[in-house]
Design a protein around this ligand. Structure first.
Ligand SMILES: [Zn+2]
Length: 172
C-alpha cells in the first residue's frame, strides 16, 4: 500500500522548461521532491535553476524527521554531535518509514562517547576541521556510538567522501 505523502517541504522543487518548451515535472521522492537534473525530452539540457530543500520542514505521521536539536553547550563536540545526530535521524526515518513512534525506543545517542573514542585512538591531534571529520567518521564505522539508554551501539555501515559540488549525490 502506498504511504500518504503527508505534509511536503515548503521548498519542494517546481517544474522547469527547457528551451524547446518541454515541461519537466519534479521528481517525486519520499520526503521532498527534486527537479530532474537533465531534461526529459532528450535534448540533454541540464537544470540551471537553484533549489533548496529543508528536512526540518517535513513531517511524517505528525513527527518531524530531525527531532530535537542536540545542545553541545560549551564543549568542543561539534563533529561528534553532528555524527550522533546523523545516526539518530537515520534511525528516526527508519522508524517513521515503518509507521512506528520515532522516539521508542529512543534513537538518541551520546555524542561524548564518540569523542572519548576519538581521543583514545587519535589523541589531541588533529582537533577540528576536515581531518577530524574523516577520522571520526571512520571511528563511527569501526567502533560506533553508544545510544542514550546505553543498550546498543550504532555504527555507520559505510563512510565515503563525495565531491562537494555534486548536488545529485548529496541529495541521494
Ligand atoms: Zn528538452
Amino acid at each position: 500500500m502506498e504511504r500518504p505523502r503527508g505534509r511536503r517541504s515548503l521548498k519542494d522543487a517546481k517544474y522547469w522548461r527547457c528551451s524547446k518548451g518541454y515541461k519537466n515535472q519534479p521528481e517525486l521522492h519520499e520526503f521532498f521532491d527534486t527537479p530532474p537534473f537533465v531534461c526529459g525530452c532528450g535534448c540533454k539540457q541540464k537544470h540551471k535553476g537553484d533549489f533548496d530543500f529543508c528536512l526540518d520542514h517535513v513531517t511524517v505521521n505528525g513527527s518531524g524527521l530531525l527531532g530535537d536539536f542536540i545542545d553541545q553547550a560549551d564543549e568542543e563536540l561539534c563533529i561528534a554531535c553532528t555524527y550522533g545526530k546523523q545516526l539518530e535521524v537515520t534511525k528516526r526515518i527508519k522508524y517513521l518509514m515503518k509507521g512506528r513512534n520515532p522516539e521508542s525506543p529512543t534513537p538518541r545517542v551520546i555524542p561524548s562517547d564518540l569523542d572519548v573514542k576519538y581521543e583514545k585512538m587519535i589523541g589531541d591531534y588533529p582537533k577540528g576541521g576536515i581531518a577530524q571529520l574523516i577520522l571520526m567518521g571512520l571511528i563511527l564505522k569501526e567502533q560506533g556510538i553508544l545510544n542514550e539508554s546505553c543498550t546498543c551501539i550504532y555504527k555507520a555501515s559505510n563512510v565515503s567522501v563525495i565531491p562537494e559540488k555534486d548536488p545529485a549525490r548529496i541529495v541521494a
